[in-house]
Design a binder for this molecule. Structure first.
Ligand code: C5P
Length: 233
């Protein structure tokens, strides 16, 4: 059970280094990648990334840059210099910002993806911003813009993955959170999908947090999910 390109990215949603490093020691870098977001990176910085990478993990640095094009381009270069596997920006930063980010990491390392609409935003939130399109229309529009600007893919809900796979083509990378194994608690996620269904819908990578990070045996929980995926592949 050693996948050449692990599909599962574990969300390291911790506020200090110790539990993140302890979890990394209990998991296996041949079976998963790790996602470090704003909370953990703000607290622990590049040193923690180095420690995780030293343990053999590839890291998705989830900082969702959104600023003027020059600032985002320089931030992407700084992130690339840390040696991470994947970074991201907000597609709502617009064409010039996306193109600047894409140019800054030209060469394919790290992989660069964009957040389309935050899944916390509903129609009423868009209306507040003066946006009349529906969330689904905005997601599609921003994904196509992201592709047009040369980025590798987007973060999206697994529920949107089939439409985006159809519209953005087979090379476009779709990274989907909101994943729950059939028997797991939903926690605060409202639009969830099983790992198998998300992959069937066209997702390339699955971001999974609590079903693994809060499990009594995280490695077993990860292996069970991989087995579920392989059994139904
Ligand atoms: O614990 P859980 O599996 O819900 O964690 C999901 C991870 O994916 C968290 O780090 C969360 O911030 C992130 N995420 C999400 N929904 C989005 C974008 C990111 O749950 N739309």
């Amino acid at each position: 059970m050693n996948l050449p390109d692990p599909k599962i990215i574990i969300a390291m949603d911790f506020s200090t280094a110790a539990p993140a490093l302890a979890l990394a020691d209990r998991l296996n870098p041949a079976l998963c990648r790790l996602k470090v977001g704003k909370e953990l990176f703000t607290a622990c910085g590049p040193t923690l990334l180095e420690q995780l990478m030293h343990k053999g993990y590839e890291v998705f640095l989830d900082l969702k840059f959104h600023d003027i094009p020059n600032t985002v381009a320089q931030a992407c270069k700084s992130a690339a210099s840390l040696g991470v596997w994947m970074i991201n920006v907000h597609a709502l930063g617009g064409r010039k910002m996306l193109e600047a980010a894409s140019t800054a990491v030209a060469g394919g390392k790290p992989r660069l993806i964009a957040v389309t609409m935050l899944t916390s935003m509903a129609q009423a939130d868009l209306h507040d911003l003066g946006i009349t399109a529906s969330p689904a229309e905005m997601v599609l529009r921003l994904a196509l813009l992201t592709k047009d600007c040369g980025l590798d893919g987007v973060v999206c809900s697994a529920l949107e993955a089939a439409q985006l796979r159809h519209s953005c083509g087979k090379e476009f990378c779709l990274v989907t959170p909101g994943i729950r194994p059939a028997e797991a608690a939903a926690d605060d996620q409202s639009r969830i999908m099983t790992p198998h269904a998300a992959l069937q819908n066209g997702a390339n990578y699955l971001v999974i947090g609590r079903p693994i990070t809060k499990a009594a045996d995280p490695l077993r929980a990860l292996q069970a999910i991989i087995q579920e995926i392989e059994a139904t592949a």
